[in-house]
Each structure stands twice: as C-alpha cells, then as structure tokens.
Design a protein around this ligand. Structure first.
Ligand code: IPM
Ligand code: MG
Length: 360
C-alpha cells in the first residue's frame, strides 16, 4: 500500500493561490500515478487570514499546520494592510508558523539550470553549474530576540531597538544540520558571521569551530558576512554549504537567488527537529502580477518536491518532479520572469500543464 500524506495547503496572498494551485495539481498527478495517497486541507493565512478572521495566523490555520504531515505554503504580504499594527500584518503569519512549529532550519538551495545561465545578471561563466545550499537558522537571532521596541527618550526623541541573541544549543543544532547536509554534497561548510564586531556571532564562530571537530571529513571555513556578500557575486561557485544566522541568511539567500536568474525558480524547506516541515517558494506575494496568470509556479512546484523528499521520505517522487521541471525548461516554454529569446510564452497554468505532462 502506498504511503498516505496529510498536507496543509496555505496559499496566502497575491500570487500565492495561483502558484500553490499548480503545485497541488502536480502532487495530485503523482498520487494518481500511485506514488502515495493524499489528503489536502486548505486554510487562509497572511492577509487572507486577517480578512477571514481578523488575524494573519488564525487559530484554525495554526491547528491545521500542527496536525499535518507537512505544509505547502504560497506567499504572504499585502501592502494594503501595511498600516495595521505589526502583530496583525501578513508577514507575522510566516514568523508565527516558524516559531510555533519550531522550524529552526531553513534550506535554500540555489542551483542554476543550464537553460537559465543567460538569465542571470552575472556572466554565464561565473554562474553556470552553480549548486549551493544556504542553511539559515530560522527561529532565533534579532528576528525574535527580546527586548525590542520603539521607546521615547527623556528628551522626547524616539529610539528603536532589537536584540541579537543566540544560545549555544541553537547554534549547535543548525550547525549539525549543515555538516550533515555537506556530507551528502561536496563536504564543505562555510559559516558566515560578523565575529569581528558582534559578540553573538563570536559565540557562533566558536561553537561552529568546536562542532567542526566532530566532522573531520567536512572542510569548515568561516567568512564575515560583508565578505560573503561580495564573494557570492565574485565567485559563487566557491561555496558548497553556507550556514548562517537568521538575519544574515535572509539577506544572503535573496542575493543568491539572483545568481540563478530568477527568484521565481527557488524553493525552500523549513524543518523542525523531526523533519516535519513547511515548504515555500522564496519569492514573495508579488501583488503587481497577482491573478494575471503571469507568475512562475516552478519555485512552488520545486518546493513540493522538497516536501516529498524531506518530510515524507519519497525521494523518487521528488526526483520525478525535479526532472519534469528540467524537461519543462528545456522544452522552451517560459513565464515572463525567465523568458529568453526563442521561447514560447506561457502563463502560470500552462507552466503547470507542461510540468504535469512531463511527469508521465
Ligand atoms: C523570507 C522573508 C521573510 C523573512 C519575511 C516575509 C518575514 O523575507 O522568508 O526570507 O524575513 O524571513
Ligand atoms: Mg527574505
């Protein structure tokens, strides 16, 4: 009997619904082919959650996310709600899910497909063959540190403050994951910090160095974050696994996505200690193109592949999706973000159709 999967589908805002719909179609096709059986339950999140029940992460949505085997997430963000109090803004949904479900490990692979080497703003020879894995700690750091706020000083001037903080145990657990991931790749880990200035990241470096001794088969190096930002543009292929904290990882993973030509191509996994996970494209809700059948669904479809691989142990089905995406790209159809000369223009739905056809 095939494995049964209970998946929570959280489409969110903007292009979220249309891209998750294509990924769901892909999963349903694989289920129809007998790889697994599937129960899908959908719930509103982000701006959609706020509109449905007054909170970006409605209680019922959180309950569903907790009870599911894994979560497929679209995108959140709705600028018409930006004037709400921070705790009601759409982005709080994803931060709340990460914290509540203890999804401490964020895997953001940046690979370049041969067809898209020319779509990068960098020279093809700098990026072709690129295959790096950014591992970002996701539940600590200045994102969640207390205290934080905006206070009024005695002279009436306002002052904003946040707290950057990491515990040893938090660094160890993300570090281990990075070393283990490197063992399945090229066995190189570059740990990114700002140990020349920040105490928190001095601790980060010390803990990583110590941990590295348990992985003598993996080469560990350290790099300051400003240099890492530069090296990613200068010679990105020098990296295999890059591990860093929450804030540096947020920034470096956006930078890395651009090396690949389009942010519309990159999936991500956010995992807890038991490999339960939330899977989402790394791009945002793109309200400017929402509902126009223009969005590239491939990052979400590739996120579904990661879901099958990491949370469900279905690596063969995951491979099949990834292969179908490669075939779709080489067949020469393209959404606007990855359009190259000579391609046939496709919309979100046509791109989904092509991947499904390639699954056969
Ligand atoms: C990301 C996003 C989020 C983050 C936002 C939407 C809160 O930029 O997933 O990288 O900063 O983590
Ligand atoms: Mg980000």
């Amino acid at each position: 009997m095939s494995k049964h999967l209970n998946l929570a589908i959280l489409p969110g805002d903007g292009i979220g619904p249309e891209i998750t719909q294509q990924a769901v179609r892909v999963l349903e096709r694989l289920a129809a082919q007998g790889h697994f059986s599937l129960t899908l339950e959908q719930a509103p999140v982000g701006g959609a959650g706020y509109r449905a029940s007054g909170h970006p992460l409605p209680e019922a949505t959180l309950r569903l996310a907790k009870s599911a085997d894994a979560i497929l997430f679209g995108a959140v963000g709705d600028f018409t709600l930006d004037s709400l109090a921070r705790e009601l803004r759409p982005e709080q949904a994803i931060l709340g899910l990460r914290k509540e479900l203890q999804l401490f490990a964020n895997l953001r692979p940046a690979i370049i497909y041969p067809e898209l080497a020319g779509a990068s703003t960098l020279k093809p020879e700098v990026v072709s063959g690129l295959d790096i894995m950014i591992i970002r700690e996701l539940t600590g750091d200045i994102y969640f540190g207390q205290p934080r706020g905006i206070r009024v000083l005695e002279n009436g001037e306002r002052e904003g403050f946040d707290t950057m903080v990491y515990r040893e145990s938090e660094i160890v657990r993300i570090g281990r994951l990075a070393f283990e991931a490197a063992r399945k790749r090229d066995r190189r880990v570059c740990s990114v910090d700002k140990a020349n200035v920040l105490e928190t990241t001095q601790l980060w470096r010390d803990v990583m160095t110590n941990l590295g001794k348990e992985y003598p088969d993996v080469a560990l190096s350290h790099m300051y974050v400003d240099n890492a930002a530069m090296q990613l543009l200068k010679d990105p292929k020098q990296f295999d696994v890059l591990v860093t904290g929450n804030m540096f990882g947020d920034i470096l993973s956006d930078e890395a996505s651009m090396l690949t030509g389009s942010i519309g191509m990159l999936p991500s996994a956010s995992l807890d200690a038991n490999n339960k996970g939330l899977y989402e494209p790394i791009h945002g809700s793109a309200p400017d193109i929402a509902g126009k059948n223009l969005a590239n669904p491939l990052a979400t479809i590739l996120s579904a592949a990661m879901l099958l691989r990491y949370s469900c142990g279905l690596s063969q089905a995951a491979d099949q999706i990834e292969l179908a995406v490669r075939k779709t790209l080489s067949s020469g159809i393209a959404t606007p973000d990855i359009y190259r000369e000579g391609c046939r223009r496709a919309g979100t739905v046509e791109m989904g159709d092509a991947v499904i056809a390639a699954l056969a």
